[in-house]
Design a protein around this ligand. Structure first.
Ligand SMILES: O=C(O)CCC(=O)C(=O)O
Ligand SMILES: [Fe+2]
Length: 300
């Protein structure tokens, strides 16, 4: 049994507009509840719009079916990543090739096209520096002995391509655009890799503690491969028995933060050494709240 739940077409336009802009569905439900709608009705309407996007069908015009007997689905599902085989991510539909639930991970089909991959590499090349790590004791940046790669950061939205990708990846990762750190680009020459590490910030030094105080903990990561690596260069998760192959435009996604400062150490990962060719990746890290860089905080 289900009852028909009617809504104003203008509400549908508002939902479509916000989903296009990369707003997370949970935020839309919250806003509708804030306007006085029941959580169950708001969730059912937003779910119908999200499902239509994933299935490539037209969204409902002014009504959805509200099941009578079943309890409403939880407002915030455990995985941030949307369900289904195909995820609408702003200007692109991304295919889920494989996924796991505990912890949440996914192998995602083309996230970037070949032109976007090449453009990112070209923009990054003159700005690459030896990768640094925050020294756990001093909190200072030190050239890594662990990670024999080269890296650079784009500022959030620093040009049209980066802004478009920031929006796409925020929609895909289902968190607000402002929670995203600037894209990090890494280049691994032949023989380079990275040692097992966690992406969340350990509170072992003042810089990490200050960063977490400003923006909350990191909660999820998307590593997108910018080129095909003929051999080696996989992203491996030793505790999960997982290895992602670097294929141009495809991505490795994983979640480890509960949104309240808690983190899941099982998401330990590494890059195996590049055996043939070279490896280029771009990484998006998401925070619990709006990302405020140390520089922005210092500028007041
Ligand atoms: O290069 C990879 O495969 C992993 C990159 C990574 O772990 C990171 O950027 O934190
Ligand atoms: Fe990492």
């Amino acid at each position: 049994m289900s009852t028909v739940l009617r809504f104003q077409p203008a509400l549908g336009d508002w939902i479509t507009h916000n989903l296009d802009a990369g707003a997370p569905s949970a935020g839309l439900v919250d806003a509708m509840v804030g306007q006085g709608m029941s959580a169950r009705a708001a969730q059912a309407i937003v779910d119908a719009f999200v499902a239509a996007r994933q299935q490539g069908t037209a969204p409902p015009l002014d009504q959805v079916a509200l099941p009578d007997d079943e309890p409403a689905r939880p407002i915030v599902p455990r995985a941030r990543l949307a369900p289904g085989h195909r995820i609408a991510a702003a200007d692109r539909v991304v295919t889920v090739q494989a996924r796991g639930h505990d912890p949440v991970w996914a192998a995602l089909g083309p996230v970037l096209d070949a032109d976007e991959c090449r453009a990112l590499i070209d923009m990054a090349r003159p700005r690459l520096r030896p990768s640094t790590l925050v020294d756990p004791a001093s909190g200072r940046d030190v050239v890594s002995r662990q990670r024999s790669s080269w890296g650079m950061f784009f500022r959030p939205g620093e040009n049209a391509l980066v802004a478009r990708l920031d929006r796409r990846l925020s929609a895909l990762m289902n968190l607000p655009l402002e929670n995203g750190e600037g894209l990090q680009l890494l280049h691994y020459p032949a023989g380079a890799g990275s040692e097992p590490h966690h992406d969340y910030l350990a509170p072992t030094n003042a810089a990490n503690r200050a960063s977490v105080a400003r923006s909350g903990q990191r909660v999820s990561t998307l590593v997108t491969y910018l080129n095909d690596v003929p051999a080696g260069g996989q992203t491996v998760f030793p505790q999960l028995g997982l290895a992602f192959s670097p294929v141009q435009g495809h991505a490795c996604y994983f979640e480890y933060g509960d949104g309240r400062g808690g983190v899941d150490p099982r998401c330990l990962h590494a890059s195996t050494p590049v055996e043939e060719g070279e490896k280029w990746v771009v990484t998006k890290w998401m925070r619990e709240r709006r990302f405020v860089s140390a520089g922005e905080a210092a500028d007041g």
